[in-house]
Design a binder for this molecule. Structure first.
Ligand SMILES: *Cc1c(COP(=O)(O)O)cnc(C)c1O
Length: 317
């Protein structure tokens, strides 16, 4: 029904990470999507669904990968795209979004404000609002990742994902449920300054953080989607919180181990392997979703390393 604008990504059996962790570690290489992250699987679907409904204009509210991906999809489908971004968005990211032909409007201090402005604009102009994480079509798009996995490997012991708004988490769970792997636990990794999933699971109800503060800006969402609460009684979700330093360090080690540059948001998920998280030790054949991200350059990574005092070495055993 829809054009597949995303690619089937490879699954690596990682020698460096398996050797380090002492169990087999698989990497689902979503960083290789042409828009730089897994977002393409969900957002390309939602955009096409809205266009099929007659919408002539796509509106996004993210200065990160969701906005960039909407811009990328708009260019492929020759649709007009407007992206509202908060003032905190680096000029680097704005330039990338504009390079895909989208109009960027800077609005609000934080994402929530850009989100409200984008919603209002979409309503006024009869455009389609493309939410960055909270939509069933986006989750179903992400579930295709698991459909691919079932062809690439036997049942994994656990799947590790980064969590911002929880869209990726919900999509992975939907896929695991749909393809007969409903007993495979999902490890949801956040950074300390944006741990809304951990807070929500602990409270047993949706928790909205007062503020977020993390280098992994892609994970900086005050609250996860309420869909997470629906999955909680039905699927095993293990929340893990890591430091910014651990996330940056993992991004750095990954450059050397696999020669690929990923955002600290992705480094967060990788860090639970690099730092040998205790709760993971009972699992084997662990899949890490390498979510990727365009919001990183060599200079930015070096600056983060300097700021946090991170070196290139693996931690002492
Ligand atoms: C969007 C994104 C996340 C977080 O995904 P959510 O669906 O918001 O939880 C993590 N990493 C990268 C690279 C992303 O683009």
């Amino acid at each position: 029904m829809f054009k597949s604008l995303y690619i089937e990504t490879p699954l690596y059996k990682s020698t460096p990470l398996s050797t380090l962790f002492g169990k087999t570690i698989f990497l689902k290489m979503e960083n290789l999507q042409p828009s730089g992250s897994f977002k393409l699987r969900g957002i390309s679907r939602l955009c096409q669904e809205e266009i099929a409904k007659g919408k002539k204009h796509l509106v996004s509210s993210s200065g990160g990968n969701a906005g960039f991906t909407a811009a990328y999809v708009g260019r492929l489908l020759s649709e007009k795209v407007t992206v509202f971004v908060p003032k905190s968005t680096p000029i680097f990211a704005i330039n990338k979004i504009q390079s895909e032909g989208a109009t960027v409007i800077v609005k609000g201090e934080v994402w929530d404000e850009a989100h409200h402005a984008a919603l209002a604009f979409a309503k006024e102009t009869d455009g389609a609002y493309i939410h960055p994480f909270d939509h069933p079509t986006i989750w179903s798009g992400y579930a295709t990742m698991i459909a691919e996995l079932t062809k690439q490997m036997d049942k994994p012991g656990a799947v590790v994902v980064s969590v911002g708004g929880g869209g990726l988490l919900c999509g992975v769970i939907e896929g695991l449920q749909k393809y007969g792997w409903s007993d495979v636990p999902v490890i949801g990794v956040e950074t300390e300054g944006a741990a809304s999933l951990a807070a929500t699971i602990k409270a047993g109800k949706l928790v909205t953080l007062e503020k977020v503060n993390t280098i992994a800006v892609t994970l900086g969402t005050k609250a996860v989607t309420s869909k997470v609460l629906e999955w909680l009684p039905k699927h095993r979700i293990i929340p893990l919180t890591v430091s910014d330093k651990a996330a940056v360090h993992a991004s750095r080690l990954f450059v050397d181990d696999h020669r690929m540059l990923v955002e600290p948001a992705c480094g967060a998920a990788l860090s639970v392997i690099y730092d040998k998280a205790e709760v993971l030790k009972k699992f084997d054949n662990i899949v890490v979703i390498v979510c990727g991200g365009i919001g990183i350059s060599v200079d930015m990574l070096l600056e983060y390393e300097n700021r946090l005092g991170v070196g290139a070495q693996h931690a002492a055993p």
